[in-house]
Design a protein around this ligand. Structure first.
Ligand SMILES: *Cc1c(COP(=O)(O)O)cnc(C)c1O
Ligand SMILES: [Zn+2]
Length: 421
């Protein structure tokens, strides 16, 4: 794969890390909690000096990857990577929309079409580019699966050592698709929340870039590109609604940040979309808090086939609640059976085979449609964040397969023949 062409930054946007709670500011370094109040840090930009027409021109002339958005990402110099990530298809899902009661403008953002087949390529590309800028040569992460794949692959491509920590009970496909890249793969006897706690402790002992711990403010910026791309691919329009899955709540809250940044600087007209989050009933801390009208999430012990969303103590849960409530949206929850049905519905109507997280998202979309919340003319972007081949067990037993002797008679006897004129 070609290395992205170098690009010069057209503007010098001022950037810093800012505490989401008390507003304290820090330089762009490996730091993720506020020293004053222990609140989470986020990259803050001052787009005051941005030449909007020039920024748009540069985006459109940029590489076919997330680096076309580098004016909106936290780097001193033009970042690059050898595994080009992003510019995944946005599919007008007319048959899915028709099935859901005549919705005319349902769009599927298929982020399985990334180098390691999930949206985690975006966050890892940003985190590793920043880790290199800060001088790290070991990359690490705590993962529910897709992050493991992406860290192992992007570290290999960059020639960096990596350590990937996963719960031991992960899907075999995700373990195989990580180890193959030559990472140090560490199975931890516990759930994701145990893995994450361990890695937080390790990050104090080892001078490594943990992409979703000490690199988290940069990592999370990668998710904004999923908002930018949808706007571009809709012909510089903002959708009316978005439906996206929630694990830690990072993707969900950064999508919101991405849409608002472009609305605020005037790259696009319109208003902030209505945000719908999607969780599995077997790991529903944010959906439950939403239903109960709480501002905080009560941690849960995950038990769901949607392992990539199985974070029982979501770091960005309260912010995800703010986004759903502030936009007039909701946070849905769906059972494992509904997840399997969601995977099947998407496959039958669009030809896209998604993993369990996508099943959660599609099943949540169906809930909204069944409740009549979506106007037939509204534009809805549905974020499909991972690939079905990584969670094959979810498809097992969901369809019939015939076994016949190799004769026409046998076929005629056993297989329902298509109706012919
Ligand atoms: C990680 C992941 C998400 C979302 O995770 P957040 O922690 O909420 O950002 C969604 N879908 C898939 C497939 C994932 O791997
Ligand atoms: Zn603070």
């Amino acid at each position: 794969m070609a290395v992205d062409a170098p690009q010069i930054k057209s503007t010098s946007t001022e950037q810093c890390l800012k505490c989401k709670e008390c507003g304290n500011e820090y330089p762009l370094e490996a730091r993720f909690v506020c020293e004053q109040c222990f609140g989470p840090l986020e990259v803050q930009y001052d787009f005051g000096g941005l030449d909007v027409a020039e920024a748009k021109r540069k985006i459109q002339a940029g590489p076919q990857s997330i680096w076309r958005y580098s004016d909106f990402l936290p780097f001193e110099e033009q970042p690059k990577s050898v595994l080009a990530t992003g510019m995944t298809p946005l599919i007008h899902a007319t048959r899915l929309g028709a099935y859901l009661g005549g919705l005319k403008n349902v769009y599927i953002k298929n982020d399985a079409a990334n180098p390691t087949h999930s949206f985690k390529d975006r966050v890892v590309s940003i985190a590793i580019a920043k880790a290199r800028e800060l001088g790290y040569d070991v990359i690490a992460c705590a993962s529910t699966g897709n992050l493991a794949n992406a860290v192992a692959a992007h570290a290999a491509a960059a020639g960096l050592d990596s350590y990937v920590f996963i719960p031991t009970d992960l899907e075999e496909q995700k373990i195989l698709a990580t180890g193959v890249y030559g990472t140090e793969l560490v199975g931890v006897k516990g759930n994701y929340d145990d893995v994450n706690r361990l890695c937080t402790e390790l990050s104090a002992e080892y001078d490594w870039a943990f992409v979703n711990i000490n690199m988290r403010p940069y990592y999370s910026e990668g998710s904004k590109t999923l908002a930018y791309e949808a706007i571009e691919q809709l012909g510089w329009e903002v959708p009316d609604r978005v439906v996206a899955p929630i694990a830690s709540g990072s993707l969900f809250t950064k999508l919101f940040k991405g849409y608002n940044e472009w609305l605020d600087v005037g790259l696009v007209d319109g208003k902030t979309p209505i945000f719908h989050g999607a969780q599995a009933t077997g790991c529903n801390p944010v959906a439950t808090a939403f239903e109960n009208g709480n501002d905080f999430c009560q941690p849960v012990k995950p038990d769901t086939i949607a392992k990539s969303l199985a974070i029982g103590n979501p770091a960005d849960g309260p912010y995800a609640l703010d986004v759903a409530r502030g936009t007039g949206g909701s946070i849905e929850q769906v059972t494992d059976d509904e997840i399997r049905a969601g995977i099947k519905l998407l496959a039958h109507t669009t030809g896209v085979f998604t993993e369990t997280a996508g099943g959660v998202t599609v099943a949540s979309l169906k809930k909204l449609a069944d409740r009549g919340e979506i106007d037939p003319d509204e534009t809805v972007v549905v974020y499909i964040t991972g690939e079905g081949l990584k969670t094959l067990d979810a498809a097992r037993g969901t369809f019939e397969k015939y076994e016949i002797d190799p004769t026409v008679d046998a076929f005629n006897h056993f297989v329902p023949t298509p109706v012919t004129a």
